[in-house]
Design a protein around this ligand. Structure first.
Ligand SMILES: NC(=O)c1ccc[n+]([C@@H]2O[C@H](COP(=O)([O-])OP(=O)(O)OC[C@H]3O[C@@H](n4cnc5c(N)ncnc54)[C@H](O)[C@@H]3O)[C@@H](O)[C@H]2O)c1
Length: 311
């Protein structure tokens, strides 16, 4: 998602200098930034956002106007196995960035967050979470992201730190690590292997194409009000089982490849975001329909079969 945002910024703001700081964990893949190779206004720095010395020296050297934080441990199943890396990257790391923003007078800090901080809704309900809904995370990943959101808002209140926060539904698109549902399922189907689905597959998720997410973050970064939270969604929801059926159909395969596996502990039932604030503040509307986005995503993974191999 971070690389999509960088590629977008380069297209829409060709004269802006961009520095990407990334720890190059297992989830990263430098091929997502290959379009920037040779770009003299782009710099990549390998490092961890929780490394205070490194972060402070980078802020000192670069004198950033704005910082957008995408860096995080993101895979829920990993957080259930071990929460520590999530606490370090997603909470301590955000604290370090906020301290650096204060110390060096950075004009804007945007924290990329998730719908998962609100917890889940019952299946069959038609309600959605707004920015005013209470925070009620269900697993260590979402608890770490909720903690980061609260830390950001507390810095705004205490120090006047110029923060904005966006909470997005699930993203999909090219360059996504194959641990995530859509690329994992496409890879399994390409290899003729079973596609695992947790529980009965009735859980409902809301999806937005990553390039629409980047457009929304760009609007918030430039025109959002400090201290505010903005939900990001395309207003499209689908059950996991229906999603897998659609991918199988696009790829011309039968439903026989679906394999039901034991449910994830604490598995959230339904996510749904009310994004009226984003729509009315910025006239935001997604440009990519789910059907078009899913077809182009399947095509992309078919043409880039070696992407994230071995993960
Ligand atoms: N994937 C989704 O559907 C989704 C939805 C809503 C919000 N988000 C949020 O968006 C952000 C990006 O998600 P993604 O799916 O692209 O994640 P990802 O796991 O695919 O990539 C995360 C990136 O952060 C880097 N990173 C991890 N810990 C770091 C650290 N301590 N210091 C520096 N770099 C570090 C990794 O190397 C990797 O390049 C995350 O903050 C996530 O919580 C994701």
């Amino acid at each position: 998602m971070g690389s999509s945002f960088i590629r977008r910024m380069r297209k829409t703001h060709c004269d802006v200098e961009i520095v990407a700081l990334d720890a190059l964990t297992y989830a990263s893949d430098m091929r997502s930034l290959s379009a920037l190779s040779g770009d003299r206004l782009f710099k990549f720095v390998e490092g961890d956002i929780s490394d205070r010395d490194l972060v402070f020296s980078l802020f000192e050297k670069e004198n950033f106007d704005a910082v957008v934080n995408y860096a995080a441990e993101t895979h829920v199943d990993n957080s259930i196995r071990s929460s520590s890396p999530f606490l370090i990257s997603n909470v301590v790391g955000v604290g370090v960035l906020l301290d650096a923003v204060n110390r060096y007078g950075t004009k804007r800090f945007h924290q990329v967050s998730t719908d998962e901080v609100y917890g889940d809704l019952p299946l069959g309900s038609s309600s959605s979470f707004s920015e005013m809904s209470p925070i009620h995370p269900s697993n260590p990943y979402s608890a770490s992201k909720a903690s980061a959101d609260l830390l950001c808002l507390s810095y705004f209140r205490t120090y006047g730190t110029p923060v904005t926060i966006s909470r997005s539904v699930n993203n999909y698109g090219p360059f996504q690590n194959s641990e995530k549902l859509i690329p994992h399922s496409i890879r399994q189907i390409m290899c003729g292997e079973p596609v695992p689905i947790y529980g009965s597959g009735e859980n409902i998720r809301s999806w937005i194409h990553v390039s629409d997410h980047s457009r929304a973050v760009e609007r918030i970064l430039f025109d959002g009000r400090v201290g505010e939270v903005y939900n990001i969604s395309a207003g499209f929801e689908i059950s996991n089982i229906e999603l897998i059926r659609r991918i199988l159909s696009i790829m011309g395969k039968s439903d026989d490849l679906i394999s039901f596996v034991a449910d994830r502990p604490g598995h959230d039932r339904r996510y749904s975001l009310d994004f009226a604030k984003l729509r009315s503040t910025f006239s935001f509307a997604p440009l990519i329909s789910f059907d078009d986005g899913l077809s182009s995503t399947v095509r992309w993974y078919a043409e880039n079969a070696d992407f994230s191999e071995g993960v």
